[in-house]
Ligand binder design. Structure first.
Ligand SMILES: C[S@@+](CC[C@H](N)C(=O)[O-])C[C@H]1O[C@@H](n2cnc3c(N)ncnc32)[C@H](O)[C@@H]1O
Length: 241
C-alpha cells in the first residue's frame, strides 16, 4: 500500500506546480495515515476476537517486567512483553515445511501464552512455554487452563517459570520459537544449550525467530541452515548448509 501510494504521488505530481504538488502530497499522506490506522484497528479487533474465542487474555504490551516479577541477571537484557501478531504467526507457519503433528513447539519467553495457544491450534503434538516474569507466567497458566477447558482435544501443554538459559531442550523434534525475547548475549547462551542438545542427539529442530534483531547469533552456528531472513522473521533448520 505504502509503495503504491508513493508511486501514485510521483505519477500525479509530475506536471503540477509546487503548490498543487504540496496539496496532492498532503492528501496522499492523509490517505497513508488513514490506511495505517484502519489496519491497526482491524488487527486489534482480530486479537480481541481471538481472545474471546478461547476465553483468554493475551493482548497489550507490558514494558515493566520487574513489576511483573522478573528478576535475576538477565532482566536487563530482556525485551518487553508483546504478543505475537496473528497474521505474522500464520505467515511463519506458512513458511515452514514441517508437519506440526510430529513436532513439539517451544516458546522461549512465552509471555501470556498467545503463541502457545496458536501452536496448539496448529496441531503441534506437545507445546512448551518458558517465561521468567512470574505474573506473566501465571497469566499464561490461566490462559492455557481456559483454552484447554474450551477445547475437547488439546495437546499436552507444559509451562515453566524460569530463565530461558536454564531450560533443557527435550529429546524430540521441535520448533523453537523466539519473539525477540532477549539480547544477543542471552540468545547465545540459549543457543549453546541448543547445540549441546542437538549434538548429543541429532534431530530435526526448526527455529522461528520473529523480529530477528540478533539473527547473526543463529547465522554463526554451523549446525543450522538459514531458510528465510527478512525484516519480520527468520527461519533456520538443523542440518548441513
Ligand atoms: C516479545 S514477548 C513474546 C511473547 C510470546 N512469545 C508471544 O509470542 O506471544 C518476549 C517475552 O520474553 C520474556 N523473556 C525475556 N527474557 C527472558 C528470559 N531470560 N527467560 C524467559 N523469558 C524471558 C519476556 O518476559 C516477554 O514475556
Amino acid at each position: 500500500m505504502r509503495n503504491g501510494l508513493f508511486a501514485a504521488s510521483v505519477f500525479v505530481t509530475a506536471d503540477l506546480t509546487p503548490t498543487k504538488t504540496m496539496t496532492v502530497r498532503r492528501v496522499l499522506d492523509f490517505g497513508r495515515r488513514k490506511c495505517r490506522g484502519l489496519k491497526h484497528r482491524y488487527n486489534a479487533w482480530q486479537e480481541k476476537r481471538f481472545d474471546r474465542q478461547f476465553g483468554i487474555t493475551t493482548a497489550g504490551i507490558e514494558y515493566d517486567l520487574a513489576a511483573l516479577g522478573a528478576t535475576g541477571q538477565h532482566l536487563a537484557q530482556a525485551e518487553a512483553y508483546e504478543p505475537i501478531q496473528l497474521p505474522v504467526f500464520k505467515t511463519i507457519m506458512d513458511s515452514v515445511t514441517i508437519d506440526p503433528r510430529n513436532y513439539a513447539f517451544i516458546d522461549f519467553g512465552a509471555g501470556k501464552g498467545r503463541a502457545l495457544v496458536l501452536a496448539a491450534e496448529q496441531g503441534f503434538r506437545h507445546v512448551i512455554g518458558i517465561e521468567f516474569a512470574s505474573s506473566l507466567y501465571q497469566m499464561a497458566a490461566r490462559n492455557i487452563a481456559a483454552y484447554r477447558s474450551r477445547k475437547g482435544r488439546a495437546p499436552p501443554m507444559d509451562l515453566f517459570c524460569a530463565d530461558a538459559v536454564h531450560f533443557r531442550i527435550p529429546d524430540e523434534d521441535a520448533m523453537l520459537f523466539f519473539y525477540n525475547p532477549f539480547n544477543d548475549e542471552v540468545l547465545s547462551e540459549v543457543c549453546r544449550n541448543m547445540e549441546i542438545a542437538y549434538r548429543s542427539r541429532p534431530r530435526s529442530l526448526v527455529i522461528a525467530y520473529r523480529n530477528p534483531r540478533h539473527s547473526a547469533v543463529f547465522d554463526s552456528l554451523d549446525f543450522l541452515t538459514r531458510d528465510v531472513l527478512n525484516e519480520t522473521f527468520a527461519i533456520y533448520h538443523t542440518g548441513a548448509r
